[in-house]
Design a protein around this ligand. Sequence first.
Ligand code: P1T
Length: 379
Amino acid sequence: MKFNTKTIHGGQQCDPAYGSVMPPIYQTSTYAQSTPGGHKGYEYSRTHNPTRHALENSFASIENGKYGLAFASGLAAIDAILKLLKPGDEVISTNDLYGGSYRLFTKIYKDFGIKFHFLCMENVENIENYINTNTKLIWVETPTNPMMNIIDIIATAKISKKHNLLLAVDNTFATPYLQKPLDLGADIVMHSATKYLGGHSDLVMGALVVNNKDLADRLYFIQNASGAICGPQDAFLALRGIKTLHVRMQRHCENGKAVAQYLAAHPKIENVYWPGFKNHPNHLIAKTQMSDFGGMVSFTTKGNNYKKAIKIIENLKLFTLAESLGGVESLAGHPASMTHASIPKQEREKIGVVDSLIRLSVGIEDSEDLITDLNQAIR
Ligand code: P1T
């Protein structure tokens, strides 16, 4: 099955009870048993739920993986990965990543005895300098949030395999429409399904997909033991969202390109971060591992002017100022005070998250309207 077909049919079957084409919302916590253990495959909804199961199959299918897991949020999915580790273990992570992931690493798991090294992975050779016998996991986000850096997944996977480490890739920005980390050698692919997979800004959810049975069993154990599962209503909504992922992503990419090109030509704009530009430092890697460049664009105002950046954000009418991304509607955010506020200013600025940085999640409206809106706000 090819990708577009998988978004609609992958891992899915008509409901065996009445043939309903969409999986019913099994809004139940528990399941009748005829005798202890005599059930139809479902005992308790923290462990299994048919609607969630259909979604987990869909996650696995679109990421070309064998096992999918759905969680209550993207961070709950990352939390499950970190629970594979033990005190004393070390993690090597991208230094430019979602602020909430950084907060989970440094404010929760650091206190449980796990050591994190944050580094620029644009030069993957850098990773080997930090590997020692305690290293267990490499954490990669690509494209990165919000600087749109690209990390070479194939090259990183070679290093992780050589040293027998796990490689986890946060594929939230790219989605499997653009990039399939498991095919490129990653062990775990992770999503904030809140974003493009759900696609309509109406749910909060996380996803993991793996190929290795032992790893899947350990993660299913953690999912059940810790209990950060998503509910059946949200599973239904995510399934519905995934069915249009390919058509939405196509438009996100077209509009992202139009907006990035408009901004790059604007005299009041300093830097535009979008991996589709030929002069983006990792453009060639992006071209190799992604099929297009996505709908996320970040930019700074001329002279790194914070006040002007805030004025632009306040003046936008069609772009809504809000946290999050990946919905059909366009959003604008101010990473320094919003999504990345939990990263200390000094650390933030080292990676380019300056106070004048604006991040756009370019939606699937008419691009002319989006550009008209940006134009009036910048003017
Ligand atoms: O919000 P949640 O579903 O828990 O997902 C966390 C997360 C993980 N990884 C990436 C790359 C993300 O962007 C996010 C969430 N990001 C935002 C809310 C945001 O506006 O950037």
